[in-house]
Every structure is written in C-alpha cells, then in structure tokens.
Design a protein around this ligand. Structure first.
Ligand code: ASP
Length: 329
C-alpha cells in the first residue's frame, strides 16, 4: 500500500453550489469512497485557482518538497484554470523521484457527471504507483496522464480539457491502474530552481496591428518579459527596435501565441523574423507556451540569472534550450 499526501487548494472540485465558498479538504476526500492507499490530507487553501497568488504557490512548493523528501507521493488538487501553471512551477521547483500529481475537476460536485472523485482517485493511484516515479510532475484528469511541461487546458468546459499538444499524454489510468507508455527526457530544470514571488515578469500577447503601447509600459517594474508573438516567433517590423532595446536591459523571451509547436530560429530572415529577433538578443522559448515560459524565466531570475552587471543571457538561453528536445543545453 502506497502513501500519498493530498494538498487541497479549492477549485471546481470543491465548488458545491458555485458560490464563493469552497468545501474543506476532508469533504473533497469524502467523495472518494474506499481506496487502497494511505492518504494524508493537507487542507492548504480554499480558493478559485484564479486567486492563487505566487506566495501561495511558493508556500505550496516548499511544503511539497518537504513531503516528497519524507518519502510520500503527492497529489495537489486545485481549480483547472491555472492548474497547468501550478504543475509546471512544481516541476521546476521540486526535483524528486517521487510522483507529484496535479488534478482538479471540470464539473462541480453537485452537477450530474461530476468528474472530481474519478480524477482524484486516478491521481492518487498515479501518485502511489511505483511505475510513475521519475516522470517529473504529472497532470492527471479524465484518466489521462500528462507531463506538466506539456499539459495545457484547451477547452472551457470539456472534461477532457487537458491535452499535451504536439506530443500527447504519457499514459492512461485503466481499471484504476496507471499505465505509462512514454517517458519524458530528463527533468524540466537543468538544476534545482528557486522562486521569489517579488520577481516581476510581464507577458504580452501580440495582436494584429499592435502598435506596441504595452511594450512601452514594460518599465523598471519588470525584471523580464515574455512576448507571445505571431506564428513561429514573428513580430511587426516596427516592434523590433523596442524589443531589442528591452532585451539590452532585461531578458526578453520569444514565445508563440499559437498554442502548439516550437518557435523557429533560422527559417525566416529580415526585420521582425525569428532569426532577426534572436540576433537582437531575444531568447527562444522553444516549445514552451507563453505562460510556462514566463514561469521558467521567473524561476531563473529568482535563482541568480540577474545581477548588478545585467542578466545571464547564455544561462537563460541554455535553460530554455534544455527543453527543446534537441538534447542541447
Ligand atoms: N475553474 C475554477 C478554478 O479554476 C473554478 C472555481 O472558481 O473554483 O478554480
């Protein structure tokens, strides 16, 4: 019998009735029925996931690290709205062999077909599963097991909202048993990272006809910027100079707003192309979506990638390249 610590943070799985209150962790666990795993509960927060702060997530990462160090698998139960960000952040901050699984629900517990208990049972089975060690942090919903670095919420209401665009799930849960079909390469972080909630990283999504007013607003309050650019990493010609000026001062990561696939580096040339922007000092996000790129940059900046002499562009570039599947770091 495995041992699993369940951290409940609120979210739809606990949103009986849909008002602002959330059920206790014990009430959420009570929906499970009998299972063959020793479960310890940490009633951690009772919030909609949109209201989880960086301070909440830093405190969660701290407790999860201590829990896995004591030899327990972990399940984090939270709202699905920001679930992929919590999962990826834990993946960067909690490097361990123990399974860490993040789950939630799409249907409130009082609605027909509520998916919370099934997701929670599957997540606990994965967290207790010896075959689920050394996979990094996992996202488990709808009996699918996804790698945190790849998982995204892709639908506002579907119970199969979580997907890993461009790769697919690592495995499934069948008859309550985890089955791993694929294993991710390495860990998401080159080395264990820290997370300082005081660091500020902006994320700006470009839109057609963008005049760059939001870029102008990236002033000294921000330590870094992620640009969710068009296609494989393209911006209007008139935004090249402002972005290059920002990249002289703070790290600017070039991501894609498309939702799947990697940024390019040498297919298009000329002003505003990906090769132009990389030449001007931007850092390629590779396959990381903009929200995850923001968290990686945040963690790198919290872990010494900036100092009085500026920022460590080669180190930041290597940390992103580590995840691009080429084996380069
Ligand atoms: N889906 C929301 C969340 O992510 C539901 C809620 O407000 O509890 O938490």
């Amino acid at each position: 019998m495995g041992r699993v610590t369940v951290f409940t943070l609120g979210g739809t799985i606990s949103a009986r009735g849909g008002d602002a209150s959330r059920m206790t962790g014990a009430e959420v666990l009570a929906g499970l029925g009998l299972i063959d795993v020793e479960v310890e509960l940490r009633d951690f927060r009772r919030l909609p996931s949109s209201s989880l702060s960086f301070e909440d997530l830093a405190a969660l990462a701290h407790e999860v690290r201590e829990t896995v160090a004591a030899g327990s698998g972990v399940v984090v139960v939270q709202g699905t709205d920001t679930l992929e960000e919590t999962a990826f952040l834990l993946d960067l901050l909690c490097v361990t062999s123990e399974p860490i699984v993040v789950t939630g629900a799409m249907r409130r517990p009082d609605l027909p077909g509520a998916d919370g208990p099934a997701n929670l049972a599957a997540a606990i089975a994965v967290a207790a599963g010896p075959g689920c060690r050394d996979l990094g942090v996992l996202v488990v919903l709808a009996d699918e097991i996804h790698a945190a670095r790849l998982a995204r919420k892709t639908h506002t209401t579907s119970v199969t909202t979580f997907a890993s665009p461009g790769s697919g799930p690592l495995g499934t849960v069948v008859e309550g048993e985890p089955r791993i079909l694929l294993r991710p390469t390495g860990t998401s972080a080159i080395h264990p990272l820290r997370f300082d909630p005081a660091v500020r990283v902006a994320l700006i999504t470009l839109t057609a006809g963008d005049r760059g007013e939001l870029l102008e607003a990236v002033d000294s309050r921000f330590d870094g910027l992620v640009v969710a650019a068009f296609g494989a990493g393209h911006v209007p010609t008139w935004l090249v100079e402002p972005l290059a000026a920002l990249a002289d001062r703070i790290p600017v990561v070039l991501a894609s707003r498309t939702g799947a696939g990697a940024t390019l580096s040498r297919t298009y040339r000329g002003p505003g192309s990906e090769s132009d922007l990389l030449h001007r000092g931007l850092v390629p996000a590779g396959p990381l979506d903009p929200a995850k790129a923001r968290l990686l940059l945040h963690a790198l900046l919290s872990s010494g990638a900036k100092g009085p002499a500026g920022y460590d562009r080669p180190g930041i570039t290597a940390a992103f390249a580590h995840l691009n599947g080429t084996g380069l770091a």
